[in-house]
Design a protein around this ligand. Structure first.
Ligand SMILES: Cc1cc2nc3c(=O)[nH]c(=O)nc-3n(C[C@H](O)[C@H](O)[C@H](O)COP(=O)(O)O)c2cc1C
Length: 325
């Protein structure tokens, strides 16, 4: 499959693994890139810009294919030296960056001067158009189905993708709710140049998380996610475990929600421990509605090969058959 995105990024298949806090490390990114997709290291998973440089080196030791780094610019409890992370990315010779969370404009001169292609992840058409206007090379259009932060508009990809196809000139990825060949074929049909997946790549052999977390996601249905932080206007889609339900109860109490009341439940360090130890009630973790479509734990190579083969079969047989009839 050849699209504007495979050409621009120099990859074999139009499949990208989105940045994932605590998950997007060298083992996963390299496995995706070796399988012909684009693997992405999550910048802020590394505790310092120096550690990110070492992680990039480790990834280079594992793959000679292109890979990217994600820079997520979100409000954090502890201030993050974003400029230093951005400089570390540039100094390491990375050629593709995924930005997310906020307007990436302050970082664009640095990235553009270094010849870096910037993929900005946005949850609305207005933000996608803005990304195009300020000089991003492509966008990832993250629908309401997605894991992590879907924004506050609640518009699904069935609407966002055709709108993006109508209004954008730059290439775009469909992101959120994608996990199989049907999704890839549908995204391409709606005008996308490829897909970006998070949740589906969590449930692969190379994802650095406990087997119990992966198995819980295999067992889950499409109803097993929750939207927390709505009352704070910082909505996040997470796996619906007991902790997420407790957060929702606190948010439903009368009066304004104070983040201090929720913070002990959702601390990042707890999510990290949950991934390492497999105690499913230790904290929260991001997960998308696509968990309902996941029923195995393949390698990244198996997953990508299968998705591409399924999509090709749908396009060549089912869709072509319908048109020919
Ligand atoms: C565990 C997990 C952690 C994530 N962390 C980040 C992050 O740090 N930065 C970011 O831009 N997106 C993050 N995402 C979002 C993904 O990059 C991607 O946009 C999203 O998962 C797409 O939706 P899907 O899960 O339905 O495929 C995360 C997703 C998951 C599942």
């Amino acid at each position: 499959m050849r699209t504007r995105i495979t050409d621009m990024l120099g990859i074999r298949h139009p499949i990208v693994q989105g940045g994932m806090q605590w998950v997007g490390v060298a083992e996963l990114a390299a496995a995706v890139s070796n399988a012909g997709g684009l693997g992405i290291l999550t910048g802020l998973t590394q505790p310092s810009p120096e550690a990110l440089v070492r992680e990039i080196d480790r990834c280079r030791d594992m793959t000679d294919q292109p890979f990217a780094v994600n820079l997520t610019i979100l409000p954090t409890i502890k201030p993050v030296p974003y400029q230093e992370y951005a400089q570390a990315i540039v100094d390491s010779g990375i050629k593709i960056v995924e930005t997310a969370g906020r307007n990436p404009e302050p970082f664009l001169p640095l990235f553009k001067e270094a010849g870096i292609k910037v993929i900005h992840k946005c949850t609305s058409i207005r933000h996608s158009l803005k990304a195009e206007r300020i000089g991003c090379d492509m966008v990832s259009v993250d629908g309401f189905e997605c894991a992590g932060h879907p924004g506050e508009d609640d518009v699904t990809n069935m609407i966002l993708l055709p709108l993006a196809a109508k209004r954008l000139n730059i290439p775009f990825l469909a992101s959120g709710g994608l996990g199989d060949g049907r999704g890839l074929a549908a995204a391409l049909a709606m005008g996308a140049d490829g897909i970006n997946m998070g949740t589906r790549f969590m449930v692969t052999r190379e994802a650095p998380i406990h087997e119990k977390v992966k198995q819980r996601m295999v067992d889950a249905s499409e109803l097993d996610t929750a939207l927390i932080y709505r009352s704070l206007r910082n909505t996040a889609r997470v796996f619906k475990n007991g902790v997420a339900e407790r957060v929702l109860e606190i948010e439903e109490q009368p009066g304004e929600t104070r983040f201090e009341d929720i913070q002990p439940l959702v601390a990042g360090v707890k999510g990290r421990e949950l991934f390492a130890e497999g105690d499913l009630e230790n904290g929260i973790w991001s997960a998308g509605m696509v968990v309902g479509l996941i029923d195995d734990i393949p390698s990244c190579e198996e997953l990508i090969t299968r998705i591409v083969a399924e999509a090709q079969a749908i396009i060549r047989q089912r869709l072509d058959g319908i048109v020919a009839a």
